[in-house]
Ligand binder design. Sequence first.
Ligand SMILES: Nc1ncnc2c1ncn2[C@@H]1O[C@H](COP(=O)(O)OP(=O)(O)O)[C@@H](O)[C@H]1O
Ligand SMILES: [Mg+2]
Length: 270
Amino acid sequence: MLGRAQPDAALSHAHTVFGGPMIALPPGGLRNMKWREVMDAVRRRVFAARHDRKDFGAAVVIGRELERKRITSELHDGLGQALTLIKLTIEDARIRLRGGRTLEARELLDAAVIRICEAIGDVRQICNELNPVLLERLGLVASLASLCARVDERVENLSVRFDCGVQDAEVPGNLRADIFRVAQEALTNALRHGSAKTIDVRLHCTEHGLSLAIEDDGVGFDTLCTATDPDFDGGLGLIGMKHRVEAAGGTFVVQSSVTGGTLVSAIWSV
Ligand SMILES: Nc1ncnc2c1ncn2[C@@H]1O[C@H](COP(=O)(O)OP(=O)(O)O)[C@@H](O)[C@H]1O
Ligand SMILES: [Mg+2]
């Protein structure tokens, strides 16, 4: 079993050259490390070197590696198991067909079709997480509208409003994926952590630039505590959003308090 010292040692070997990020992970990358240990190491490194762009960049790249690990396990544990089950069900149906038990075989095949449909849905979801297809097909504004509508429909007692004052042509191509990802993460946080009843997503061109805001009326949180507590047990969502926005020259701000409500905003001069 890996000790705590090893992920730290691995991280200290990650070299970053900013301005064309170049990260060399240790041989074997993070493959052999336990998820929890890697997350702890990343968090310690981020807190220890918050003001050092080089280490911050390394932590973000490792965060991406973690994301790949998560998707691999979704493919392996989720989709892999679903396909195995489908194969077994069809084999079972074949045996029954050979024995002349057509009714039973038909029921099994019906069940297999339902499972195949579920697996297709899983594949779509995984692909969409990797690369929002909607974004390329529909464009940013329609994709955001569709994201908001989907969350609004799927979650009971929640209202998601989308207020948009821009057209796709006004949004530089390099910012589209960033805007979509920030909105997606902030919406997820509002639901998962805030238990919000109302979420407002706003995208506008202002005198200061292109402005994105996601505001929820959920439980809120202590941003100071989250930013300074080295034992904070959260993920890399807020850090990832900040890095994304700042890497494209924007400004990222999170306002929240334990009395309730969270406002995530990003602004890019265009
Ligand atoms: N909209 C929100 N409402 C309440 N708490 C939030 C919200 N957004 C973030 N948080 C708090 O900040 C923490 C860090 O969020 P994040 O970096 O996205 O990581 P993760 O979502 O994986 O926990 C969360 O665990 C939660 O405690
Ligand atoms: Mg999150």
